[in-house]
Ligand binder design. Structure first.
Ligand code: SF4
Length: 347
C-alpha cells in the first residue's frame, strides 16, 4: 500500500482519513542518525533540530510518498510548511489548520477543515472517502489503540525495556495498520510471558518533548529508570482514547481530538496537567522525568507551570534538557542516576 506522509507535533493528524483513501499513513519522524545539513541551508540552527531532521527526510524521501499533509501543531511546524512548499518535491502538499482551542467554535472549524481535506484528497487522487470506509478505518485504529493500552499497561508489572516499548510506538505511526494489528497481537502474547518488573529498576512517569528515537530511552535504562507511564505523542497520547464508532465519523474524529491527552500547544493549558495527575493516581511511580529537547519552545514555555504544579502536588521530579543526538550522553546518565538515588532514599 502506498505511503501518505504527515507532519504533526502533538498527534493532531487524523490518520483514519488517509486509511479511508486507501493509503498507509506515515508520520514523518526524521532520522537522528542523518546529518541535518540539507535542511540547515534553509532553517536557522536555533529552530528545533527535530523539525530540521523532518525537513531533511522530506527532501530525501518525498518521492516515496503520494502526498504530504501538515497539521497546525507548534509554531515550528506552521512555519516549516512554507519552507516545504519550496524545497520538498511533491504533487500534493496540504495544510490542515487544526485549532489550538477546544470549544464549540474550534470544533466546528476543525470539522470544516477535515471535510475540506477529504474533498481535496478525493479530487486529487480520484478516490471516494465514504462514511463506511472512514468507519472501517476508525475500527482498525481503535483495535490498535486497545492493543497498545494493554501492552503499555504491562510496563509497570513486566520486564519491558524502555526501548522495546518505544519501538512499538514508532511502528504505530509508520506501519500499515492491518499488519500492525497482527504484530501487536503477537507482541502482547510475548510480553505477557516476560519476567516480572525487575527489582533494580525504578518506575517513573516520562513527560516533555516527544521522543522520536530509541537512544533517549536507553539513557533512562542505563540510569536504572523505567518509564511506566507517559503522555507523549509517540506514546499514550496516541492510544489513551478510542474514537467513537457512533454517528458521523468526521464528527467522531473531531471529538476524539478533544479527549486525548493534550500537548502544550493546546488551550486550556491545564488539560495536560490533568492527564498527568490521572496517570500518577492510577500507577505508582517513584518520580517524574521531565525532559525537553533543546529549542523545543512549546515544552520550554510549559515547563515552569507544569513543574511548579507537579511539585506542589508533592511529586519528585527531574528536569533535563537534551540535544538531538543518538549518542548516549553520559552526563545525562549521571544526573539521572543521582535522581534515582534521591528517590530511592526518599521511599
Ligand atoms: S520538538 Fe518541540 S519545537 Fe520541535 S516540532 Fe516538536 S513540539 Fe515543535
Amino acid at each position: 500500500m502506498k505511503l501518505f506522509a504527515y507532519y504533526d507535533t502533538g498527534h493532531e493528524f487524523s490518520e483514519e482519513i488517509i486509511m479511508a483513501a486507501g493509503f498507509t499513513p506515515y508520520k514523518i519522524l526524521g532520522d537522528v542518525h542523518v546529518s541535518n545539513d540539507p535542511a540547515d541551508r534553509y532553517v536557522h540552527h536555533y529552530i528545533c533540530p527535530f523539525s530540521r531532521s523532518c525537513l531533511t527526510e522530506g527532501m530525501a524521501r518525498s518521492k516515496d510518498w503520494v502526498g504530504i499533509a501538515f497539521c497546525h501543531g507548534c509554531d515550528t511546524t506552521n512555519n516549516q510548511y512554507d519552507i516545504w512548499k519550496y524545497h520538498v518535491k511533491t504533487d500534493f502538499l496540504y495544510w490542515i489548520n487544526t485549532p489550538a482551542k477546544n470549544d464549540l467554535a474550534a470544533n466546528t472549524f476543525h470539522e470544516k477543515e477535515l471535510r475540506r481535506f477529504i474533498t481535496h484528497l478525493e479530487n486529487h487522487f480520484s478516490v471516494e472517502i465514504t462514511q463506511d470506509k472512514l468507519s472501517h478505518a476508525i475500527q482498525t485504529s481503535n483495535r490498535v489503540k486497545h492493543l497498545m493500552r494493554e501492552l503499555a499497561a504491562l510496563r509497570s508489572v513486566k520486564d519491558i525495556p524502555n526501548s522495546a516499548y518505544h519501538a512499538l510506538t514508532r511502528k504505530c505511526v509508520q506501519m500499515n495498520k492491518e499488519e500492525l494489528v497482527e504484530l501487536l497481537e503477537d507482541k502482547l502474547k510475548e510480553w505477557k510471558n516476560l519476567p516480572v518488573f525487575p527489582a533494580d529498576r525504578e518506575p517513573v512517569l516520562l513527560t516533555g518533548s516527544d521522543i522520536t528515537y530509541g537512544e533517549v530511552m536507553e539513557i533512562l535504562e542505563t540510569a536504572g529508570l523505567r518509564a511506566v507511564r507517559d503522555d507523549l505523542s509517540l506514546g499514550e497520547r496516541y492510544f489513551a482514547q478510542d474514537i467513537s464508532q457512533e454517528g458521523d465519523p468526521v464528527k467522531a474524529l473531531v471529538d476524539y481530538h478533544t479527549r486525548i491527552p493534550q500537548p502544550p500547544t493546546k488551550i486550556p493549558f491545564d488539560a495536560r496537567l490533568s492527564y498527568l495527575e490521572s496517570c500518577l493516581k492510577e500507577t505508582p511511580v517513584s518520580g517524574i522525568v521531565y525532559q525537553i529537547l533543546k529549542f523545543c519552545e512549546p515544552h520550554g514555555l510549559d515547563l515552569p507551570f507544569m513543574t511548579g504544579e507537579l511539585k506542589r502536588l508533592g511529586h519528585t521530579l527531574i528536569v533535563i534538557e537534551r540535544e538531538y543526538t543518538p549518542t548516549v550522553d553520559q552526563q545525562l546518565v549521571s544526573r539521572l542516576e543521582s535522581f534515582r538515588e534521591i528517590i530511592q532514599r526518599s521511599l
